[in-house]
Structure formats: C-alpha cells, structure tokens
Design a protein around this ligand. Structure first.
Ligand SMILES: Nc1ncnc2c1ncn2[C@@H]1O[C@H](COP(=O)(O)OP(=O)(O)OP(=O)(O)O)[C@@H](O)[C@H]1O
Length: 701
C-alpha cells in the first residue's frame, strides 16, 4: 500500500510486467503496469516510464492522470474507480486504443479528435449528461456510457460503433442512432423508452437489450420487424409483458429471434406463433371445419334433406371462388336466374355492413357479430370464414332450403371457405373465377369506390394465391374462368353448366329426333364429347325439366337395377317400408324408423340417416295416386317396381342417390335434384340486366 497515496519507484517495479513477444523475428517489448486497489492518489512518478503500453490503475483515488502525456506508446488505460473529474486531461498517446474511465467523477465529455486510434471507450457510472466530442473518433467501435445522466442520444452520427451501451440513463425515445449503421449490439436497458421507432434502419443489429423500460405495446416490435439479423431481444420488465400471448406475439413478429427475454426461442414456439397469428390456409380451413362440425354434433340430431342416403351421390353444390370483387357474386346471381330450375343462390351470412344498394336476404343475411357467434355455437354453419375483420358463413339451412326446393345450391366464396367446404361431407364443384389482367382488376376495384387502397392491394395480392393453388394442386378447381370480361366469363360459366347438365346434349338429341324423322340417321352421330372422359353424364342421372315426363327416370331405374350397392339396396327397402307405413296411416313413426336403420346401411353410410329421412318426408308430402297405394297394399314387395313404372312427379322429386347407379365414373356435378318444385320466383332484389356487365370489364356494381 502506498504511503500517503504517493506511488513510488519501488512499487512501480513491483507492479511492472515485462512481456517479450516475437513477431516476424523482431523482438517486441510489451510493458504493462498494474496497480489495482493501492489507495494511490499521486501517480506522477509514472512520467518516467515512457515505454509503458498498458496501464491498469483501478480502485485508487487518482484525480490527475497528466503523467500519461509522457507515455506515447500507451495502448490500454484503465483508470476506473478513481476520482478523475477532468476528461482525458493528458496529451494524447498516438496509439491509445482502449480507455476505461468508469466509476469516476466525469460530468462532461470533451473533444477526442486527437485520439485517432481510440476504439473502445468505457465511461460507465459517471455524471455525463450529453454525448459529445466523439465526431472524429473514426475507429471507435465500442462505447459504453451506462449509468450516466443522458436523456438524449446524440453525437454518434457516422461513428463505426458496433457496441453501444446506454443502460441506466434517462432516455425516453430512441433517436440519434439512424446513422450508426454498423451497430450490432445495443443496450438501452433501464431507461424510460416507450417506443421502438428509430431502430428500423440499423440492419446489422443482432442484439437489443430493452429490459426495464416503458414499452407497453406489442405492436412496437413492428419497428424492428425488418431487422433480419436480430437474434436476441430482451424486453423483460416492460409493461407489454402483461399482455396476453405476449411471448408468442413477439416471436411471431420477430421470426428470426433465437433468444427472447434471456430464454431460448424454441422451434415449437415458432410454429405455435405462426399457427396462431398467420395460420396456413389449410389450417384455417381445418379449424373452421372442426369447429362447425363439433358444434353441429353437439346439437340434437336433425333430419336433413340435402344429405343423400348414399355417400356416392352427395348433394350438388356449385362454388364460384376467386378474389374479392372479381364479379363472381354477380355470376352466381345470373346463373341462378337463368338456370332457375336447377340452381338456387346460396345466401351466406355476413357480419359486415351492407354496401349501399345491398339488401338483407338478397346479397347476404346481414347479422351482427354476436348473432354470428351464436349461430356458430348452435351448429348452424357448415362453413365460416373471417375475411378482413368480417365473418362470412354458409349455413346448413341455406343448403336445406335449396334442397327442399329440389335445387342445387350455387355459392361464391374465398379460397379458405372453399378449402373448408372441401373437408365437409359435401363434394362441391369448384370453379375458379380469376382476373388475368391485374390493371383491369385494380381499376374495377377502384371504380366500385368501396375499398381502401390497402384493401385493393390485399385483394390483388390474393390473385397469386389463387394461381398458386391452381398450379400446386391440380384438380383443386374443376374449372378456371378468366373474368377480365364479365360477359365472356358468364358465357364460359354458362357453357360449363350446360355441359354439366347435358342440356346441350338433350337439345342435340331433340334435334337428332327431328332429323331422324326427316330421314337422317341420328344413331350414326358421334356421342357427345365430355371434357372429362371419366365423367358420368349428369343429365342422364337426373331428370331434367326438359324431360318432365319422367321417362328418363325409368331409364335410371333400369341402370340402378344392375348396380345396387348394399347401402342403396337397404335404403330402397327402408323407403319402401316407410312409404307403406305412411300410406297405411303410420307416418308419425317415420322419423323414429329412420334411426332404426339396418346395420348394413349404417356401416356403409353414416351420413345417410338424416337425408334419407328428409327425402322421405318430401315423398310423403306429395300426393300419391290411389293406384299406387293399391299396388303397395296388394304387393309390398313390388312397390319399387310399381313406383318406377309410374309416371308421376313424385318420383322425379326424389333427390336420392338411387338415381345414381354405383359407378366408378366421376360425375362432374353430383346429380342435381329433379328441378324446382315450386314455380321459380324471380329474385326481387336482383334483376340484372343480362346484357350489362357488372364485373371487371365495366367496373360497377
Ligand atoms: N361463406 C363464405 N365463405 C367464404 N367467403 C365468403 C363467403 N361469403 C362470401 N365470401 C367472400 O368473402 C369476400 C368478401 O365478401 P364481400 O361481400 O365483402 O365482398 P365484395 O366486396 O362485395 O366482393 P364480391 O363481389 O366478390 O362479393 C368475397 O370474396 C366473397 O365471395
């Protein structure tokens, strides 16, 4: 210990360390003096040690370091934990690289322009209130000013700093760092920072410590979202930690993090956060399907018309899908109007406000969020989707309504909705309606004056999603219809539907009959070309309004005769039995009977119970001629034959799979029930001028 705090030559020689190094055969003398905790206050004797390169003097009481002026070779100076109050009060050693003046009495920084080699400066635990004097320190990469009185970051522009510590100061915002582009590690812990603006341009940042600040919004992380090298973030003891799902939300926003709040970010957390905040479409659809299915199952079982007795022939649904505002809604409306004997518009429920001109019950069932949620919980929906903050859903009742009318349901929806529907027991036909000219589509969306620029961007960006889906999942869409010209789009759609319904073929057959009678041999004509060779002609399986006589049904029955599956046979037997009972006045027992299906049927089609009942109820609702009743009474076993032999609308009404023989051929659409039961009412709310184009090319609703 020094007497009176004065450093003596003897002590110097005791603390001196000589190191010899050989570099490139040249001998280097490296001189280091370490006198830590010696109670020194006067170190002026060091003026004689001009060759010192490293001077370590912490934990003393030194006030004056002017002796350093005589050490031109000094590289490292540690004078921490002393009583120095004057900043760099010595002649600058040319090679001085590292200086530690932490735990001193410094109150202000002065210009260090002459310290051109300075690369590391530690000034922690002083009373400095402003960062100044570093402008010329072109080699300064490490700066620490922890626990000072700095309330604003300044004076760092253009410095090559890679490490900056301003822990324990009085910072409220992060500015003045925009031009410290090489920064990699930033410690701003123990300040009063509330927002993260000011960091977004620091592309090399890989670690930020913001522990114990005042950041309260998770969204603040968006300001550092684009820092691709950021791996380590500490937000411990900030108010935002109280927010629900804080950790997952931050991990989602900053997907490159490997450490958050001093804990490793696991792969599971990354996947969970992505699934939570940006779930893949398929997951959205699966969740949606699962939710609706579970809620449906929780309800008392209801008898449905739309689900057919055999899984082979699901209820026919036609789904037009494509990006918002591409004209698909108008296409569906027009299609349902023109083919009103086949299709019924499937009205979705929506929680958004109606646009001007839209009507409840015509464009959507407009309901509020609470009612929508209640409907979900009551198992009303077969499919729901959230789109831009609003909810849309297709209810079972909508489909049932169409099925009861004997019509196929035609709906429009976004891709996620289509995915969800694909998972249901329905096997809809999907037609992609897609703009191929982006500019056209954008100007159409603009012309509707309904969407913000951001919404337009979002809608346009989804074109790619549809195109990708079509490319990556061949067969996902049964048809693709470009909609740049709405009229053309409609004609294409119409053609597809006509082909599906084989209306053209029937027209052709009629023409054929005419030509036969005029001497031409129609039998020599080539059979109609199907787009899908494996397709079973739809119209051959369903009676058409063009063939109201029911003769077609007889043909169908003939086809069925040779190809009945066990489920179909059971279904027919059950129907016969129930019909007989109904005719004998035992109809109240019908519903109960339906649940007493043979094991055989239950095994082969779990979905068939409700639908067969619904179809039967339809059958029973239709008046039955006395001769059939008689036939049934007389010979129950022959009832099927009797039914099939009678030319009556009752038969044609049955939307059952019996019309579809078990076949390995794929129908384009499942059989459409036999046409509208009640006279087609013109939709009062939608009477488009068929020659006008409400779609993309004309841009107006
Ligand atoms: N049940 C549903 N499931 C999924 N998507 C749906 C459903 N019903 C409607 N949509 C789709 O949600 C999107 C938003 O519907 P909205 O009615 O707000 O659109 P829009 O601006 O009127 O455009 P569009 O003319 O395409 O309907 C549309 O693409 C629409 O087809």
């Amino acid at each position: 210990m020094a007497k009176d705090g004065i450093l003596s030559a003897e002590m110097v020689s005791e603390g001196m360390v000589h190191q010899e190094r050989f570099v490139n055969r040249l001998q280097h003398m490296y001189r280091s003096l370490s006198l830590s905790g010696h109670n020194l206050s006067d170190v002026s004797v060091l003026s004689n040690y001009v060759h010192l390169q490293k001077l370590i003097l912490p934990h003393n009481q030194i006030k004056d370091l002017s002796c350093v002026s005589h050490m031109p070779c000094l590289v490292i100076l540690d004078a921490s934990h002393n009583e120095i109050s004057t900043f760099f009060h010595f002649e600058p050693p040319k090679k001085l690289k590292e200086v530690n003046f932490s735990y001193n009495l410094l109150t202000e920084m002065k210009s260090l322009f002459a310290y051109e080699s300075l690369s590391k400066l530690i000034l922690d635990y002083n009373s400095i209130s402003e960062i100044t004097g570093l402008e010329q320190c072109y080699r300064l990469t490490h700066l620490s000013l922890a626990h000072n009185k700095i309330s604003r970051i300044s004076g760092l522009d253009g410095l090559p700093l890679t490490y900056l510590c301003l822990r324990g100061n009085q910072l409220q915002k992060i500015d003045g760092l925009e031009n410290v582009k090489s920064l990699q590690v930033l410690d701003l812990s123990l300040n009063r920072v509330t927002c993260l603006t000011g960091l977004q341009s620091l592309q090399l940042l890989c670690s930020i410590n913001l522990e114990k600040n005042q950041i309260s919004e998770i969204d603040e992380c968006k300001h550092i979202h684009n820092l691709l090298l950021l791996r380590d973030l500490n937000l411990l003891e900030n108010p935002l930690q109280e927010q629900p799902n804080y950790r997952l939300a931050v991990i989602f926003l900053l997907q490159h993090l490997t450490m958050l709040d001093q804990e490793v970010v696991t792969a599971e957390e990354k996947v969970t956060s992505a699934n939570k905040y940006d779930p893949p479409m398929d997951l959205v659809a699966a969740r949606d399907h699962m939710t609706n299915l579970v809620y449906q199952l929780m309800q008392p079982q209801v008898l449905f018309d739309s689900t057919l007795p055999s899984v082979d022939s699901p209820y026919p649904l036609l789904v037009l899908t494509g990006p918002q505002g591409c004209g698909k809604r108008e296409l569906v409306h027009r299609l349902c109007q023109e083919f009103c004997d086949y299709f019924c518009y499937g009205l979705s429920h929506a929680t958004r406000e109606p646009y001007s001109g839209e009507e409840n019950g015509i464009d959507y069932h407009f309901i509020n969020e609470e009612d929508f949620q209640n409907m979900i919980r009551m198992g009303k929906f077969i499919q729901t989707m959230q789109y831009k903050g609003h909810r849309f859903g297709l209810s079972r009742d909508t489909i049932e309504g169409a099925a009861r009318e004997g019509l196929a349901c035609c709906v429009h929806m976004e891709l996620e909705g289509a995915l969800s529907l694909k998972k249901s027991c329905f096997k809809p036909r999907f037609i992609l309606v897609i703009p191929s000219q982006e500019e056209n589509y954008i100007s159409h969306l603009k012309s509707r004056s309904l969407y913000t620029p951001a919404q337009i961007d979002a809608a346009v960006s989804r074109i790619d999603l549809y195109i990708r889906t079509n490319e990556q999942h061949p067969g996902f869409f049964d048809n693709v219809v470009p909609c740049d010209d709405w009229e053309e789009a409609y004609q294409s759609l119409r053609q597809i539907v006509m082909e599906d319904l084989l209306l053209e073929e029937e027209e052709g057959q009629r023409r054929g009959k005419v030509s036969t009678s005029t001497g031409h041999d129609s039998a020599e004509k080539a059979p109609p070309q199907q787009s899908e060779p494996a397709s079973e002609p739809l119209a051959s399986l369903s009676a058409s309004p063009l063939d109201p006589s029911g003769t077609q049904f007889n043909n169908i029955q003939a086809k069925i005769g040779s190809h009945k599956s066990s489920a179909e046979a059971a279904s027919i037997r059950r129907r016969e039995q129930l019909l007989r009972e109904a005719l004998l006045g035992k109809s109240p027992g019908v519903c109960r009977q339906l649940f007493k299906r043979s094991d055989e049927t239950r095994r082969s089609s779990a979905l068939s119970v409700p639908s067969s009942a619904g179809a039967l109820m339809e059958l029973l609702a239709v008046s039955i001629p006395g001769q059939i009743q008689e036939a049934l009474k007389d010979d129950p076993g022959s009832s099927q034959a009797s039914l099939s032999g009678v030319d009556h609308p009752m038969v044609a009404v049955s939307p059952s799979s019996e019309k579809c023989p078990k076949s390995n051929l794929k129908s384009i659409l499942p059989p459409i029930p036999n046409g509208r039961k009640s006279p087609a009412a013109t939709n009062p709310g939608f009477s488009p001028n068929l020659s006008t184009n409400p779609g993309v090319s004309e841009g107006g609703k």
